[in-house]
Design a protein around this ligand. Structure first.
Ligand code: TXA
Ligand code: MG
Length: 314
């Protein structure tokens, strides 16, 4: 039986319930198909990375239906308002500072203090956000390292049964991903070229955006930012036995740990807990943080990648 469902209210309601239950729903947007999960649910967001087989935790785009909704999660700046007025809903994603009490999973930001927000211009996406009553975290609905899907069948070919439902909204009209802008700095930085053109954006902004072409220090691949969350305490990974003065983050059936990413050794659960536990460990009394070995399979690759970044000497 195929997990592709046609677009009607009954299936939208069903999909909304699947999302609220922590499941994955692929859905059409005007750019490419998205692999959606409830952005407030750590485990659901972690399962996106598991389904895609992503080796790293790239931050994800959070999809909402209006700027008012966005304001629950991020600080909407004047520039964001100006750009949204012209280009939203549409293929434009704006990275904005995250509100402390946003309720979003830290995993959608991959530990950063910002969130990428997009208001998609597609009836299916709109109806699904509405019916789920949740902000929807969604990367493109394809396995890592493969091209983004623009029809429902592509999603099925790439992800198969790893997604609970695929809502078929036909072919995507834009076909390339959204343009991603960083609005957290003094000047807007263009992080990814996409469906909204640079020319159109700069016409509204009235100046040239920061890009990797005109600025050596402009972030090229946001997933690789060194400003990614790292604890202030020194972090050691792959530690089977911690020292007396260390805060120990365990994994699986380990004795005497302060925190445990997953007692059951479940990598999805571990991913869901990772960023929050690094923060928690940082607040505990101890000289440094030691993390138990995490197996290099499935989500373990992404977890180890993040731990490695967090363990770089400061
Ligand atoms: O058109 C699109 O944008 C599609 C549809 C489904 O909306 N989504 C999409 O998501 O392409 P994804 O995960 O494949 O790409 C998200 C991009 C990545 O380049 C990521 O690094 C960047 O947005 N991004 C997300 N959150 C960010 C943040 N807080 N700071 C900087 N970059 C961020
Ligand atoms: Mg993608």
């Amino acid at each position: 039986m195929s997990n592709i469902f046609s677009y009607n209210q009954e299936n939208i309601d069903k999909a909304g319930a699947v999302l609220r239950d922590g499941g994955l729903v692929a859905f059409s947007t005007e750019t490419v198909y998205g692999l959606g999960a409830d952005a407030t649910n750590d485990k659901a967001v972690a399962s996106i990375f598991a389904a895609k087989g992503r080796p790293t935790f790239n931050p994800l785009i959070v999809h909402v239906n209006s700027l008012e909704d966005a304001e629950k999660y991020v600080y909407v700046t004047e520039t964001a308002r100006k750009l949204a007025e012209k280009f939203s809903p549409g293929p434009l994603t704006m990275v904005l500072l995250r509100k402390e009490n946003s309720g979003l999973s830290p995993l959608v930001s991959a530990g950063l203090d910002s969130v990428a927000i997009r208001i998609p211009n597609h009836q299916v996406a709109h109806d699904l956000i509405k019916s789920s009553n949740r902000p929807i975290a969604a990367p493109s609905a394809n396995a890592s390292g493969t091209v983004s899907p623009t029809i429902a069948e592509h999603v099925h070919q790439s992800l198969g049964e790893k997604v609970n439902m695929i809502i078929d909204g036909g072919a995507c009209s834009v076909g390339v991903e959204s343009t991603v802008l960083d609005l957290t700095g003094e000047k807007v930085a263009l992080l990814r070229y996409g469906g909204t053109t640079r020319e159109d954006l700069e016409k509204i902004l009235g100046y040239e955006m920061i890009t990797s072409e005109n600025n050596d220090t402009a972030p090229k691949s946001p997933g690789q930012l060194s400003s990614h969350y790292a604890p202030t305490k020194k972090l050691y990974m792959n530690v089977p036995l911690p020292k007396e003065d260390q805060i120990f983050i365990g994994f699986g059936n380990v004795e005497k740990c302060h925190l445990n990413l997953s007692v059951d050794g479940d990598l999805v659960e571990a991913a869901a807990n990772l960023f929050a536990m690094m923060r928690d460990a940082d607040k505990l009394e101890g000289k440094s943080i030691a993390v138990a070995p995490i197996p290099m399979i499935g989500l373990g690759l992404a977890i180890n990648d993040r731990l490695r970044r967090a363990s770089f000497p400061k």
